[in-house]
Design a protein around this ligand. Sequence first.
Ligand SMILES: *Cc1c(COP(=O)(O)O)cnc(C)c1O
Length: 341
Amino acid sequence: MPKIKLYSQNLASNLDILAKKAGGKEKLIAVLKDNAYGHGLSVFAPKAASLGIVHAITREAKEALEIEEFFQDVIVLSEHKEVFFKHPKIIFAVNEFEALKNVPSGARIALKVDTGMHRNGIKSDEIEDACAIISQKKLSLHSIFTHFRSADEISGEFFWQRKNFDEIKVKYADISKRYSLPKVYFHSCNSAALLRCNKFDEDFARVGIAMYGYCDLPEVFGKFELKPVLELFAKRVSTKELKIGQRVGYGGMFTANKNMISSLYDVGYSDGILRYDGKAKLKTTNKSLILGRVSMDSMSINSDEEEISIFNDATVWAKHFNTISYDILVKLNARIAREFV
Ligand SMILES: *Cc1c(COP(=O)(O)O)cnc(C)c1O
């Protein structure tokens, strides 16, 4: 069966780079949504904690419960499950004004504000009413946060959104006094935003992709020595010699131009790798050619190694498929065994 190796040293080194930018590991919130970007939530969370991470984010409440023992707190991004509202470590993101009305009193929340991405979040002019509800229902407001739509692009949009968020901070300072609400934390940066900041001055940064070893920022923002944490391996099933002119796999998409070795390996698109169509060249980590179309549970490769590394850098596959590394990583099937080395 295919397997995934995760490299502790690479993770440790990525976290050091991010902690240096943020001003300490305690300022990082590890984004562990979607099975820790395909790295495996149950193995990744304790490892991140052992390397000094104390805050985490998940998408679902169920994931938060699975890992809360390792962290001081876990923010749940997009699910409100009533049974967990009293759970002391779980903080629920409130993504729209209406949702505030349904949160039971006493719950811990993080308030998402819309500063220009227009995906979700309460509007700037709803903050006063939101504070009134928070105060009246005695909600415990952990933080106010936002998300950038263009953090990884050279454009003024990042600064425009940051300015909008700064205005919200000032506004909250004023309103909170009037409603006797406590000081809260503020966070807006994802990986790209944190890495491009010259002077990070918020309470937390929410880091996903850079922790896993990737950053697609244009080089003008600097070079960061991030190292991919994940490597995908497959096992050899069988080997044969292809004679010149023979074609391999569905549709016979690859034609041998000389006699050559072809082995079948046990990873396919059901394992979550994208279905390579056998057209433009795609190679493994050690530059062996993938021969023809990827099948559901297997693929042919010009190699006879017992175990082959399919990729140790998801950007190779991302480029081939005109997508982003996130997309390649998160799709890796949860049933693949994952192990830190
Ligand atoms: C996924 C996510 C992040 C992490 O983004 P990266 O680009 O992977 O660092 C941060 N904040 C929110 C709200 C997210 O949904």
